[in-house]
Structures are given as C-alpha cells and as structure tokens.
Design a protein around this ligand. Structure first.
Ligand code: AMP
Length: 115
C-alpha cells in the first residue's frame, strides 16, 4: 500500500531519487539528505505506515523485518564493531516530520546521551 503524497513512498517506488543502500521486497533504506552523523541511513517499510503508533499486530513480521534489516545495514556500513544508534521519532513531541515509519541508523562518531 503506497500513498502518492508521501515522499518516502515515492522514494521506495523510485519516483523520486534516493541514495538507496539496501532494498528487498518489504524494506528500503537510503541515506538521509540532512545527515546528523557521518553515517545516517533511514530504513522504511515499503508499506505506508505512519509511525510506530500506527503499527498493528498483523504487521509484526514486517516490524521485525525492519529491525533485522537495520542491523544488517549497520553491518554493511561498517558500524557494528564501534556501535551505532537506531531511533524512530513518533509524533510531535519527538519532532517527527515525515509520517512514514522510518528507523534512523546513526553512526560513525561517538553519539551523545539520549533525549
Ligand atoms: P523525522 O524527523 O524522524 O520524521 O525524520 C525525517 C528525516 O527524513 C529527516 O532526517 C530528513 O532529513 C529526512 N528526509 C526528508 N526528506 C528526505 C529525502 N527526500 N531523502 C532523504 N531523507 C529525507
């Protein structure tokens, strides 16, 4: 299910450019256009889901696939040994700006404390 008004759906569909680092039949990952760390990759489901809050139990397999892909991409990006952070902003208090579920993978520098 894709939303033609959603920028991340359009990147996943190849309608607008993205620096894609990984894709399979469920998940797409591409570099953030405004990176906040030397490595900053976004991992999204192809299916349009607004956020973690919108996930439902029927999507448990997909949610797991998203996290597993993030780990594999971090490995591919050479982050596993030093470590990295996975973040997903959900709603206004977290400053979510794109309402298509995405995991940020941040690495390549020492990361500060959370929050
Ligand atoms: P969030 O604030 O968690 O919703 O994060 C949205 C992220 O998407 C931000 O880090 C943006 O820099 C990033 N972003 C927005 N548009 C694009 C795009 N066209 N390609 C890659 N990253 C994008």
């Amino acid at each position: 299910v894709t939303d033609p008004n959603c920028i991340f759906c359009r990147i996943a569909a190849g309608e607008i450019p993205g620096d894609i680092v990984y894709q399979d039949n469920q998940v797409v990952a591409f570099r953030d256009i405004q990176p906040v760390a030397p490595t900053h990759v976004l991992v999204i489901p192809r299916e349009h889901i607004a956020s973690v809050s919108a996930l439902n139990p029927s999507q448990a397999q997909l949610a797991g696939a998203l996290l597993l892909a993030a780990g594999a991409i971090a490995e591919q990006e050479g982050l596993s040994e030093a470590g990295y952070r996975i973040v997903t902003n959900t709603g206004p208090a977290a400053g979510q700006t794109v309402f298509h579920l995405h995991l940020h993978i941040l690495g390549g520098r020492q990361l500060g404390t959370m929050g």
